[in-house]
Structure formats: C-alpha cells, structure tokens
Design a protein around this ligand. Structure first.
Ligand code: GDP
Ligand code: MG
Length: 453
C-alpha cells in the first residue's frame, strides 16, 4: 500500500547524520514510485516530488529533528498542502435557502450522499429539503425517498405519474418529467415551507456525455446553487482525474466529495483531485450507512496516508522541546549579563505587541501600572528603534558605551531621527541591561520596563 511504500522510503534515512544528494534522490524516487503505484496523477506526482526534493535539500535544516524526521515532516506538510490545506466548510447563503446541488457519474454515490448530508445538516440544527431531480432512472426518485425517510428529512419529488411542468410527453413514467423544472419547484417549495437548505440530487451517466453535462448545467442555471458538489468514487483510480476535469468544465463545481473512501486503499484520487481541479475536497463518504460520512480534513487525511501518527506527534514534540531549549539558552545568556542591542530590540518588539494588545483589549490584568506605558508604545516606535540601531557601526552595537555626543549626532542624522531619540534609546538600553544584571544576581524578576521575558 501507499502507506507501506512511503514508510520503507523513510526507513533508509534512519540513523543518517546528514542527508547527501544521493540520499535525497533515492528517497524522492521511492516516493515517486509509491505515488504512481497509488494512481496519483502523473503531473501531480511530478510537482509533489519536486517540492519534496527542493525542501529536503534546501536550507530548511532544523536542529530539532534528525534527517529522517525532517523528510517525514516535509512530506506530511506537502501532503496536507496537496489535499487543500485548510478544511473548507459549506458556504451558506446570506438569505436562505442555501442550495446545494450534487453532480457526478451514475453510481458515484450522489443519492447516498444526499441522505448523509441531509442527516448531518439536520443534526447541526438545519432543516434540509431533499429534491429528487434525477428522473433518468425509474427507481431514482424512490431511492431518494427511502434515503430521506432514513435521515428523517422531507423529500420533494414530482407527483407519481406526472409528466413534469409544461411537458406534454407520455404519461405514467417519471423519466418523462423535466428535472430542471423539478429542481426549480423544489427550491420554491423550500422557500415556501421554510427549509433553510435544499439538496438537489441529479442524474448521472455511466460515462461522461454531452447530454448529461447539459442537463446538469441547466439545473445549475435554474437553481443558482450556493454549492455544486461533485461526487466522485475514490475507487476509480486514474480515471478520476479525467472525469473531474470533464465536470469542472461542464458544470464548474465548487467542491468535491470523495465517496467510497472506505474502499480506496491506494488514496490516489484524494491526492490528485484537489491539485488537478483547484477545487477543495469538502466531505468524505466512507460506507453505505448514513453515518459513514465526515467533513474532510486535509491534515487528518495526510496522517492517514502517512500512517505515522506517532512519528508525527514525536516530530511535533521534538520541535517544541527544541524551542524550549533555545529559549532557556537565550535566558541563560541574558542572565550572564550578555545583554545586547539585538536582545533589547526583541524586547521592544514584544512590548509593542503587548501595547497593541492592551489597546485591543482595553486592559491587561495585573499590569495596571504599565498599561499606559504599553499603550503608548506601538510598532512605529519599534521601527524607529530599528532605524537607529541600523545606523550604528558594529563597534557601537557591540559596545554602546562608546556612543558619545558626536556619534549620537551622526546616528540620528543617519536614521532620520533626533539626537533626543538616540539619547532615549541608549538610556533605555542601559536601564534594561542593568535590570538584566540585577535579575542575574538576585535571580528574581524585578518587574517590567523594557524587560519582557
Ligand atoms: P448515485 O448513482 O451517484 O446516486 O450513487 P448511489 O448513491 O446510488 O450509490 C451507488 C452505490 O454505491 C450504492 O450501492 C451505494 O450504497 C454505494 N455507496 C455510496 N457511497 C458509498 C460509500 O461511501 N462507501 C461504500 N462502500 N459504498 C457506497
Ligand atoms: Mg442517484
């Protein structure tokens, strides 16, 4: 499986102290083969592997992680990216009802999904209406009615035996009704009976054809859906891309639902669809029951594909611990009296951030006495400090004690500030520096000004 293949690709990196070009090439090749075997679309594989190689050999070296962990981290992040990054939620209409139209090939799982989606929406407090606009197959309307009943949701369907609005065709068969009219009537009915979401089930064909596409786009034009969800059977492998492209051109969907993900051992469709269509995967259907349905989360899908939940957690923790170590080292250095202008600038930046927070929240608990000081301290102040420090020579930065009157004049002229500004900075720096030394001796925290931990 894709999972096993990826894991064996990473296995070869274990215990390596540093990755050579050859290591990266070999790993990239294995990842490429694993993805191709999983039916991921070729251009997608090429772009994906290219990014992995670039990042793995780039300067992105983290001291917190060993090379194998680093590559896994990169692959995980790229997988999340290729799956769409963020979870995309349904966009509800400003004025109800929100109209959701389903499109896709016959057997893709549209009608099943209609029930799942309706049940899920109902659970969230919505009042969905299902609309049976698949009049292609004799049993389609009935199937939706069964699904609706199970979901406890009302189904709007053409009257049995009706021939659809304005259609003078033969009587008695549903297939002679007009699906566009049914869809339109369904939305009108939802408005009348105060359903806030309408789910329009449509017909599909075994293959992509012009008539099907025309019908779907006619329905779309008639009901102006807020979302058009393209339902695709994840098990169809390489064909998924071509079918998705045809629907993207034919009806221009807004989101994708991967169905039968329970049977998709290879994960290829999931990885290709988003990249190829530029449309987000919004839901996953994972079985025949109404509850076999989930909101699609790219990060969860990525870790499912990697099947390395523990390893990813470990990586996350390693990075956190490393950050903590770095912070401790920084603190030790400061306590040792090596307080520099760069440290000072960092503190000022932190203060500016707090300043804008104080302004935002009106109050900072326990910091009443600094409130005013902070509130008057904003990003512009920090920009000024930066300009001044930039106008200093390296010698002045290393040892601000040498900054005498004539140097101050030069620095203020160079930074476009006043001599007073420079004086203030130097004074503040020495104050902060003294405070750090006191802290180092006494081991305590003498309060704030300038000294944010
Ligand atoms: P439609 O033609 O697009 O409306 O597809 P249907 O909703 O009628 O589904 C076709 C078949 O696939 C039915 O037998 C469903 O029970 C089955 N099916 C739909 N979704 C899933 C799924 O997520 N997992 C599995 N295993 N079967 C599914
Ligand atoms: Mg159907």
């Amino acid at each position: 499986s894709l999972q096993d293949r990826l894991q064996s690709a990473f296995k070869n990196l274990r215990g390596k102290g540093r990755l050579s070009e050859a290591d990266i090439d070999a790993t990239a090749r294995e990842i490429r083969l694993a993805l191709l075997d999983a039916d991921v679309a070729v251009p997608v594989v090429r772009a994906f592997v290219g990014r992995i190689k670039e990042r793995a050999s780039g300067e992105e070296v983290s001291a917190a992680l060993n090379p194998a962990q680093q590559v896994i981290k990169i692959v995980n992040e790229e997988l999340i990216g290729i799956l769409g990054g963020e979870t995309r939620r349904i966009r509800f209409a400003k004025t109800p009802p929100t109209v959701i139209m389903l499109a896709g090939l016959q057997g893709a799982g549209k009608t099943t999904l209609a029930g799942k989606l309706a049940r899920w929406l109902k659970e969230q407090g919505n009042s969905p209406l299902l609309v049976a606009a698949d009049l292609q197959r004799p049993n389609a309307v009935n199937q939706l009615q069964v699904v609706g009943e199970r979901a406890g949701v009302t189904v709007f369907a053409p009257e049995p035996g009706s021939t659809g609005a304005g259609d003078g065709g033969t009587e008695g068969t549903r297939s002679s009704g007009d699906p566009v009219q049914v869809a339109r009537d369904g939305v009108a009915e939802a408005r009348r009976s105060l359903h806030d979401v309408v789910i329009v089930d449509t017909a599909g064909r075994l293959g992509v054809d012009a008539e099907l596409m025309q019908q779907a786009s006619d329905i779309r034009d008639a009901v102006q859906p807020d979302e058009v969800l393209f339902v695709i059977d994840a098990m169809i492998g390489q064909d998924a891309v071509q079918v998705a492209q045809a629907f993207a051109e034919g009806v221009d969907f807004t989101g994708v639902v991967l169905s039968k993900l329970d049977g998709d051992a290879r994960g290829g469709a999931a990885l290709s669809i988003r990249e190829v269509t530029g449309r987000p995967i919004m839901f996953a259907s994972t079985g025949e029951q109404l509850t076999d349905f989930e909101v699609f989360h790219p990060d969860r899908m990525a870790s499912r594909i990697l099947d390395m939940g523990d390893m990813l957690t470990l990586i996350e923790q390693a990075e956190k611990v490393y950050d903590a170590e770095q912070a401790e080292k920084d603190a030790a250095r400061l306590m040792g009296g090596q307080f520099t202008l760069a440290d000072f600038l960092q503190q000022m930046e932190a203060m500016a951030k707090m300043g804008s927070m104080t302004k935002l929240m009106g109050m900072l608990p326990g910091m009443g006495q600094f409130k005013e000081q902070l509130a008057n301290f904003d990003e512009r102040e920090v920009d000024k400090l930066k300009a001044i420090i930039r106008s200093m020579t390296p010698a002045e930065r290393d040892n601000p004690k040498i900054i005498d009157g004539s140097r101050r004049k030069r620095i203020s002229a160079g930074s476009g500030t006043t001599v007073q500004d420079v004086n203030q900075l130097v004074t503040r720096f020495f104050e902060a520096s003294k405070m750090m030394q006191q802290m180092a001796k006494g081991g305590g925290m003498p309060g704030m000004p300038g000294a944010m931990p």
